[in-house]
Design a protein around this ligand. Structure first.
Ligand SMILES: [Zn+2]
Length: 181
């Protein structure tokens, strides 16, 4: 009897998992296109697994910035496309709604990209992100144009609900501030 060849579905190694994370991290937030979903911190996990179909299947877990955010459908479609292009036909996108997303999850790189784009990144930490009983630490909002801390809020709600409109009292430029959530 000849050798029986079994096609083993070997567990994907760490490098395969990292590659899958990198593919998911190419997807950008539709509302702030300079930020990837990894920069924003809404990409929670990317896992390769065996769903019994095409192998390896990908499970992506993300926490939207707001529940019911219309951006979720766009991000989901973009994830399907990104993985399909990379040769992963089976993608499962799951939403984790608790704990709720906070701006604390935004990466340092994401904050730097926001500032370079002209949006002041969240200053301080959210209540949800700290230990229980932590107070919201409000810091001055830095002007993304001239780095002055002499800034003033014009309206609490800017172009989107997550942003407030500020003006710099030194260079006089108005700018969006991504609020601490
Ligand atoms: Zn300024």
């Amino acid at each position: 009897m000849g050798m029986l060849l079994l096609t083993e579905r070997a567990a994907p190694g760490p490098s395969a998992q990292e590659k899958a994370w990198a593919i998911a991290a190419t997807v950008c937030d539709p509302e702030i296109p300079v930020l990837s979903i990894a920069d924003l911190g809404i990409l929670r996990s990317v896992e390769l697994f065996d769903d019994g179909g095409a192998w390896p299947a990908v499970r992506v877990v993300m926490t939207p910035t707001y529940s019911g955010c219309p951006a979720v459908d766009t991000i989901r479609d973009d994830l399907y496309s990104a993985f399909a292009r990379a040769g992963y036909p089976s993608v499962h996108v799951e939403l984790a709604l608790a704990p709720a997303w906070t701006t604390d999850w935004m990466t340092e790189e994401g904050r730097a990209k926001l500032a370079a784009y002209g949006i002041a990144p969240p200053s301080g930490r959210s209540q949800a992100g700290g230990h229980s009983g932590a107070v919201r630490l409000a810091l001055s909002v830095k002007c993304p144009q001239c780095s002055s801390l002499n800034t003033r809020e014009i309206t609490r709600f800017g172009s989107t609900s997550c942003k407030a409109l500020y003006v710099c009292q030194d260079c006089r430029e108005p700018f969006d501030y991504f609020k601490v959530l």
